[in-house]
Design a protein around this ligand. Sequence first.
Ligand code: CP
Ligand code: NVA
Length: 305
Amino acid sequence: MKDLLKLLDLSKEEILRILNVADQMKYNQKHGLTHNYLQGKTLAMIFEKNSTRTRVSFETGMFQLGGHALFLSSKESQIGRGEPVEDTARVLSRYCDGIMIRTYSQEEVEKLAQYADIPVINGLTDFAHPCQVLADLMTIREHQSKLEGLKMCFIGDGNNMVNSLIVGGLKVGMEVSVACPEGYDPHPDVLAFANSAPYAGKFTLVRDPLEAARGADVVFTDVWASMGQEEEAAQRRAAFAGYQVNEDLMKVTNPACMVQHCLPAHRGEEITAGVFEAHAEEIFDEAENRLHAQKAVMYLLMGEQ
Ligand code: CP
Ligand code: NVA
């Protein structure tokens, strides 16, 4: 594994290895064990979209591993003035040891990785959010002691989150069911993956949220309008009415069902305040696990092993 661009690129074994190292990173931190695995190393963090969790968890994670993180907003760097990604990749490769990028186009991230000599980590594109889903799988395993055989359900928009959840969930042996309104399906490449061997039969895409949620062990949702879709917000509010994780939906899941949300959450839209608060502990564990999962990713990609 040279980069982390999308979960489609990783094997089941690579995903599980990251989760195992992430558990170890968390254990070490909770027990005051420090490791300077990335001493003297620098991570360039390019942000073309807003962030709270991704920025803070990567920057803190680098510091905790003995390295340094640089925040590069597209507005204040030459990226925002149109410097080609091919050139940015080759320049940063001369200074830094890794690049984390949050942007719109997956193709841009793939091109960055193609031209960079150092590892590239996708911190969210319109297509994928692999770091988030690694933290999500870590959290599910922490709470349920396993992943294989559990039923994951996603209610809402066919966006970057569900694209990555479908791939990550199926690869680790979960059953995945998704309810999206017509016209808002997950990416065709992800659907092709999910409907191919050996995953076909473990994946369902339906229109009825209750059908998707029936018997679920973990329910996910995400905002109805992602970053970059602000102008479509009103139209999306209408399209997604009924695609809400609420008390009625939770009644058809398994009694011990978890709820996960990558955050930020819009209470009263994709999730009710009641369901959010009832599952707040799991949701904030999920947010915390971004730190541990990304420390694992950075150690595996940028550390000396
Ligand atoms: N979940 C997530 O990626 O949060 P941020 O947008 O705050 O980084
Ligand atoms: N789907 C959301 C996730 C935010 C972490 C977005 O892209 O804005």
